[in-house]
Design a protein around this ligand. Structure first.
Ligand code: DQA
Length: 146
């Protein structure tokens, strides 16, 4: 399978940004871990990061032509963006929502996700492992669908 991993705003700052909440790994190091697991699961992963809502929407639309599924951490847009939710709803690919932190253990403005209802599932609170769990889950989902 070909899986697209989409990272939202400020995730380029991982490793530097609020390390008590998000851990010490950089985005590149997290992507490295995802790549290693992907090799084990015999799937191909590609990565995208943007701090811009419109760029995220464009890449979600485009992914429909190139990938079998998406893992997305919409970051702060999770809690604000109807447009990203609608982009996910506009494609037929299975999408898994991921967060490093347990958003429900944090400020109340992080408790609502616009994206959750249009994703097949949601994994959060396991730090970088959230992405790895999502990759396993998405591969199993795609396998079952066959
Ligand atoms: C986050 C959680 C969001 O609330 C926050 O805005 C982020 C990161 C996470 O991965 O834990 O930027 O998506």
């Amino acid at each position: 399978y070909k899986i697209y991993v989409v990272h939202g705003p400020n995730l380029n700052m991982l490793g530097v940004r609020e390390t008590d909440v998000y851990g010490c790994l950089s985005l590149e190091e997290i992507n490295g871990k995802i790549t290693i697991l992907a090799q084990e699961l015999e799937c191909k992963v590609s990565f995208f990061q943007s701090n811009h809502e419109g760029e995220m929407i464009d890449t979600i639309h485009d992914a429909a032509n190139h990938y079998d599924g998406i893992i997305i951490n919409p970051a702060a847009y999770t809690h604000t963006s109807v447009a990203i939710r609608d982009a996910i709803a506009s494609i037929t690919l299975p999408v898994v929502e991921v967060h490093l932190s347990n958003t429900h253990a944090r400020e109340s403005f992080r408790h609502h996700s616009y994206c959750a209802a249009v994703c097949i599932g949601r994994i959060e609170g396991f730090g970088a492992h959230s992405y790895l769990l999502a990759l396993r889950g998405l591969c199993d989902f795609l396998q079952d669908k066959k």
